[in-house]
Design a binder for this molecule. Structure first.
Ligand code: AVJ
Length: 320
């Protein structure tokens, strides 16, 4: 029987959401955290995004894993694969297969804030890797890293470029916290999107079919359903903006008119001016030098930096 450790209850998540949203919508400028995109509909929209012609990161990361999984397995010889933000486990299979083939794999640990994501991933994995223990963990990977299984050598994978959603100081704290849980022989496999032509970056977050716009606006539906809010989704417009100074994409929602929104669960009313923007996501884009400097600052040794053929995206290995 696979086990699931639960370090987060639905009540914890709801309380955190209330605090985050109150802080974000009473701040100036207003912000909402990107983790709130991913209810059922939001997760489906994200899956659709990964298949869009404009959104290259998922395909680029898969290309790197297809090319390098055997090398990663050989370098790490991991007994335990920990995957932070396990989401859909398609790319995970490339790593699991390679670690099984080098004969080191004993255990797979999918970690996600969403109990659904962990529960759905598990039965298929148990069946696909006989003899491999699947040990799911429902946790906030900014808070519960020290509670994960420790049988090493461990490979901790944080894929998809999701590290780019953290603010720089939050990212440094996260990388340091990961490094602090690692012992010699452990490694971090980190996926990062790379700096490139801004036109391509902007298009990757504002596709012609409007799927990303729908994904961005979905955060308002999540607020309506979870916080008893009355956002008029048609009252906002999706924007994708390249911030050249910080080297990140910002997704924003711009209020089409002056409007007041009520959030019952917060007993809060929020006014939006016509044209006022709420930042809903940053997605940082990296250069090799910055990834390596940040791994080193966290206390990890930059050991490998692999890109896809086009040089659009990178997987880095940092070792403890
Ligand atoms: C899954 C967080 C890496 O930042 O590219 C896709 C999310 N947002 N399109 C990203 C996302 C808009 C994605 N991450």
């Amino acid at each position: 029987m696979p086990t699931i450790d639960r370090h987060l209850t639905p009540e914890d998540l709801a309380a955190t959401m209330r605090e985050d949203v109150r802080r974000g919508l009473t701040a100036s400028p207003k912000v909402l955290a990107p983790k709130y995109f991913y209810d059922g509909r939001g997760s489906e929209l994200f899956e659709e995004i990964t298949r869009l012609p404009e959104y290259y990161p998922t395909r680029a990361e898969r290309e790197i894993l297809e090319t390098r999984a055997a090398e990663i397995a050989d370098l790490t010889k991991a007994r335990t694969l920990v995957e932070l933000g396990s989401g859909s486990s398609e790319k995970t299979h490339l790593l699991l297969g390679a670690l099984r083939d080098v004969g080191s794999l004993e255990r797979y640990v999918p970690v996600d804030v969403s109990a659904d994501a962990v529960e759905w991933a598990m039965p298929g994995l148990v069946e696909a890797y006989p003899g491999v223990e699947v040990h799911g963990v429902v946790a906030d990977f900014e808070r519960h890293l020290h509670l994960l299984p420790t049988e090493g050598p461990r490979l901790v994978a944080f894929l998809g470029g999701t590290v780019g959603n953290f603010e720089p100081d939050q990212r440094a704290a996260f990388l340091a916290a990961v490094a602090a849980t690692m012992t010699p022989g452990d490694a971090l496999l980190l996926g990062t999107d790379l700096v490139k032509d801004p036109a391509r970056l902007v298009a990757a977050y504002d596709d012609a079919a409007g799927v990303t716009a729908d994904f961005d606006l979905n955060v308002l539906r999540v607020m309506n359903a979870s916080l008893g809010a009355d956002f008029d989704v048609d009252g906002f417009q999706h924007l994708s903006v390249w911030n050249a100074e910080d080297e990140w994409i910002e997704m924003r929602l711009r209020s089409r008119r002056a409007q007041r929104v009520r959030l019952d669960a917060l007993d809060l009313e929020v006014d939006f001016a016509e044209g006022e923007e709420v930042r809903t996501e940053i997605s940082a884009k990296f250069r090799q030098s910055r990834v390596e400097a940040e791994l080193e600052a966290a206390g990890l040794r930059p050991t490998a930096f692999w890109t896809d053929e086009a040089g659009d995206y990178a997987l880095s290995l940092g070792t403890a």
